[in-house]
Ligand binder design. Structure first.
Ligand SMILES: Nc1ncnc2c1ncn2[C@@H]1O[C@H](COP(=O)(O)OP(=O)(O)OP(=O)(O)O)[C@@H](O)[C@H]1O
Ligand SMILES: [Mg+2]
Length: 255
C-alpha cells in the first residue's frame, strides 16, 4: 500500500476516515459555515456577494454556498480539495483569514458527508468533488478527488446528485447568471447533510425561510461553553441559533 516518492521513501497518505476526523474540530455548526464565508471574502477570491441557501436536489435537502469572487482553475481546485496548501497573501492591505489550507475540508465535511464545487474563473470552468459516500462506495484506501477530466467526470456523474453533463453545466450557469462584472464565482453544494439523532437535519430551514437556524433540540445537547450562555438563565441570544443574526455584521450576506 505504501506509495513511493522520488527517492524511494514512502509518502505519508491520508485515509478517507480522516475527512470525518478533521471535521470534528467544528463543535459548532456555524463555525463550519464561517470557513466557507471566510474563503469567499479572502483577498485571492475577493467576492463582493455571498449567498447561502437550502436547495433541493433530486428531492434531497442540500446546502448551497455561492460567491461572485474570482473562481478557480484546475490547479487551484486541486489545492482546494487537498490538505495544507495555502498560498494566500495580502492584497491591497487586506490580510487573508485563511492560512492553514484546511478550512474548506473541515467545514464542508462537518456540514454534510459530501460536497461538490462548481467554479468559473476568467480562463475556465471546473467541477470537483470531495465525497465521503463516494470514497466508501468505491472502497477507497486514500482520499481521491475527482476533478472534471475524463475518469473524474464519470465518477462525478455516477456518485454526485448531478448525473449528466447538462446538469453540471446548469449549476455552472447559475454562477454566470449572478450579478458580477466578470461573471466569475464559485458554487458549493453539500449533500447528505448531518442529521440529529431524531433524523432531522441539524439546521432548521422552515421556521423562517430567510434564515438558517439551529433548532433548540440541537443547541441544547451541545455543551460548548464558548457558544452557549450561562445555562442558569433560560434566555438564549439569537446569535446562538440564527445564522442571519450572527452574520448581520458581515460585509456581504444574503439568503
Ligand atoms: N470560494 C472560493 N473561491 C475560490 N477559491 C477558493 C474558495 N474557497 C477556497 N478556495 C481555495 O481553496 C484553498 C483551500 O481553502 P481552505 O479553506 O481549505 O484553506 P485556506 O483558506 O487556504 O486556509 P484555512 O485552513 O486557514 O482556511 C484556498 O487557499 C483557496 O485557494
Ligand atoms: Mg479557508
Amino acid at each position: 500500500m505504501a506509495v513511493q516518492a522520488d527517492r524511494g521513501v514512502p509518502l505519508s497518505t491520508l485515509s478517507p476516515k480522516f475527512l470525518h476526523t478533521n471535521s470534528t474540530s467544528h463543535t459548532w455548526p456555524f463555525s463550519a459555515i464561517a470557513e466557507l464565508i471566510d474563503n469567499a471574502y479572502d483577498p485571492d477570491v475577493s467576492a463582493k456577494q455571498f449567498w447561502i441557501d437550502k436547495t433541493m436536489v433530486k428531492g434531497e435537502a442540500c446546502l448551497s454556498f455561492m460567491d461572485n469572487g474570482n473562481g478557480l482553475d484546475h490547479e487551484t481546485m486541486h489545492k482546494m480539495l487537498s490538505f495544507g496548501y495555502s498560498d494566500k497573501i495580502a492584497v491591497n492591505g487586506q490580510e487573508p483569514i485563511g492560512i492553514y489550507g484546511n478550512g474548506f475540508k473541515s467545514g464542508s465535511m462537518r456540514l454534510g458527508k459530501d460536497a461538490i464545487v462548481f467554479s468559473k474563473s476568467k480562463s475556465t470552468s471546473c467541477v470537483g468533488m470531495l465525497s465521503q459516500t463516494y470514497l466508501k462506495e468505491i472502497d477507497a484506501q486514500q482520499i481521491i478527488v475527482p476533478i472534471e477530466h475524463k475518469a473524474s467526470l464519470q465518477d462525478i456523474l455516477l456518485y454526485s446528485p448531478f448525473n449528466s453533463q447538462d446538469e453540471l453545466l446548469a449549476e455552472i450557469n447559475v454562477i454566470a447568471s449572478v450579478w458580477s462584472k466578470e461573471k466569475t464565482g464559485t458554487r458549493i453544494i453539500i449533500w447528505n447533510l448531518r442529521r440529529t439523532s431524531s433524523g432531522a437535519t441539524e439546521f432548521d430551514f422552515e421556521t423562517d425561510r430567510y434564515d438558517i437556524r439551529i433548532p433548540s433540540e440541537v443547541y441544547e445537547t451541545m455543551n460548548d461553553p464558548s457558544q452557549l450562555p450561562d445555562r442558569s438563565t433560560s434566555y438564549i441570544p439569537e446569535t446562538v441559533y440564527s445564522l442571519r443574526v450572527r452574520s448581520s455584521d458581515l460585509p456581504f450576506f444574503f439568503i
